[in-house]
Design a protein around this ligand. Structure first.
Ligand code: F3S
Length: 402
């Protein structure tokens, strides 16, 4: 990979050890993937998770003087006030991971947005813009829905890119790798955002990591929630970071010359049975539930207000913790509505991720969620789920069983 004189100097430590460490990671990555050079970025998203693996590299950078040079936002960890609210016994090590996450974020100068959907509303890259985003729902959303460009970054490579302000020029930064190599015809009935998540999960399981699908047969009236969930699931069950939806996403026009396509794979069709199989895989037999999880990825304001509306004149069952995860910004905008929801038994929380120790009080019981990703992660924490729509979740929460 060709480096400019200034980049060589950064690599050699002439601008400090911290920057040199970040540059070493980017150069190794670039050489591994045959990048020709580094390209400038204007923003990065660091999927720090409040876990040891991410903190190791971040602390190494911060302690050797590195600071981000472009706007770098962060994924959620957990809101420290929740341990008191839910009377959770957090041990010293779990608490130290959160404290270290906050401390290293301050040292690095990242924006402590603690939100996994930075691409909605406030950190929106433009068409063709080069970025470095980690986080499973973020990479497909900005690549596909905005036509911006990012590889499927790890937490560490996104942070290194934020420090240097550049990323290696390979993969989805290049025109040739953004052209579809497989056509997906959907004959299944995809009715709502929830079904988009199921479809995404199914496709993630059958597509290869480098596949770029052109998807046909879906309604052109997509919601941002449906697109968010589709991307989150296709990039959790699999590793697909760019998709094109006919009639919806912006690059379909550019790639309409099918002679450009790599036709190494046949067209596939997704049937209702395929989608139904995914639902069944994640749905335990019903029963008494101890919790409802909504907001993996973080909920939008319309989703939260929908819960509010559906609960009109009713309350969540005393035995159920109804948890909604969202950004601090959304929480502010919602204002008094957060109190109204609390009076109905719904906790709307900022800065937090479903996969954190502060929610251990629901482990061992049956939960209900609209997110396959939440079900997947929390299964590792000894909690089974029924996955279903927000409408069904509200009814189950009132009854106390599903
Ligand atoms: Fe967000 Fe955590 Fe889910 S980062 S997407 S709430 S696993």
């Amino acid at each position: 990979m060709l480096l400019t004189t200034e980049e060589e100097n950064v690599l050699n430590g002439n601008f400090g050890i911290g920057k040199s460490n970040a540059m070493k990671l980017l150069v190794s990555l670039g050489e591994m993937f045959d990048a020709d050079r580094l390209i400038p970025i204007k923003r990065a998203h660091w999927a720090v998770s409040g876990q040891e693996g991410d903190l190791f590299f971040a602390e190494k950078l911060a302690n050797s003087g590195a600071r981000v040079s472009v706007v770098t936002t962060t994924n959620p960890a957990w809101d420290s006030s929740l341990s008191d609210l839910f009377h959770v016994d957090i041990d010293d090590y779990e608490r130290s991971l959160l404290d270290r996450t906050i401390e290293v974020s301050d040292k690095l100068g990242v924006i402590k947005s603690f939100n996994c959907t930075p691409y909605l509303y406030k950190d929106v890259p433009s068409f063709g813009e080069h970025t470095a985003f980690s986080e499973s729902s973020a990479t497909p959303y900005i690549n596909s829905v905005y036509g911006a460009r990012t590889n499927r970054e790890s937490s560490s490579s996104a942070l290194a890119a934020g420090v240097i302000g550049k990323t290696p020029n390979y993969g989805l930064h290049l025109d040739k790798n953004r052209v579809p190599n497989i056509t997906v015809d959907v004959s299944a009935q995809i009715k709502d955002d929830f079904d988009m998540g199921l479809l995404g999960w199914y496709l993630g399981e059958i597509l290869k990591p480098d596949d770029v699908p052109l998807i046909r047969g879906l309604s052109s009236e997509m919601t941002e929630e449906g697109l968010r969930d589709f991307g989150a699931m296709i990039n959790t069950s699999g590793a697909v970071s760019l998709f094109h939806l006919e009639g919806v996403t912006p690059e379909v026009k550019r790639i309409s010359d099918t002679s450009l396509w790599v036709t190494s794979r046949e067209k596939i069709t997704v049937t209702s049975e395929d989608v139904e199989r995914v639902r069944k895989k994640f749905t335990e037999r019903g029963g008494k539930i101890n919790s409802v999880y909504i907001g993996c990825p973080h909920s939008t304001i319309p989703e939260i207000m929908k819960v509010n509306r559906l609960l009109d004149g009713r309350k969540v069952n005393d035995d159920v913790k109804f948890l909604i995860f969202t950004s601090a910004t959304n929480l502010k905008i919602l204002g008094e509505n957060v109190k109204k929801l609390a009076s109905k038994g719904v906790y709307v929380m900022q800065d937090s991720c479903v996969d954190e120790p502060v929610f251990k009080f629901t482990e061992g019981g049956l939960g209900a969620t609209n997110s396959l990703k939440a079900a997947y992660y929390r299964k590792r924490r000894n909690q089974e789920f029924v996955v279903t729509t927000i409408e069904n979740l509200v009814e189950a929460a009132v009854r106390g069983y599903i």
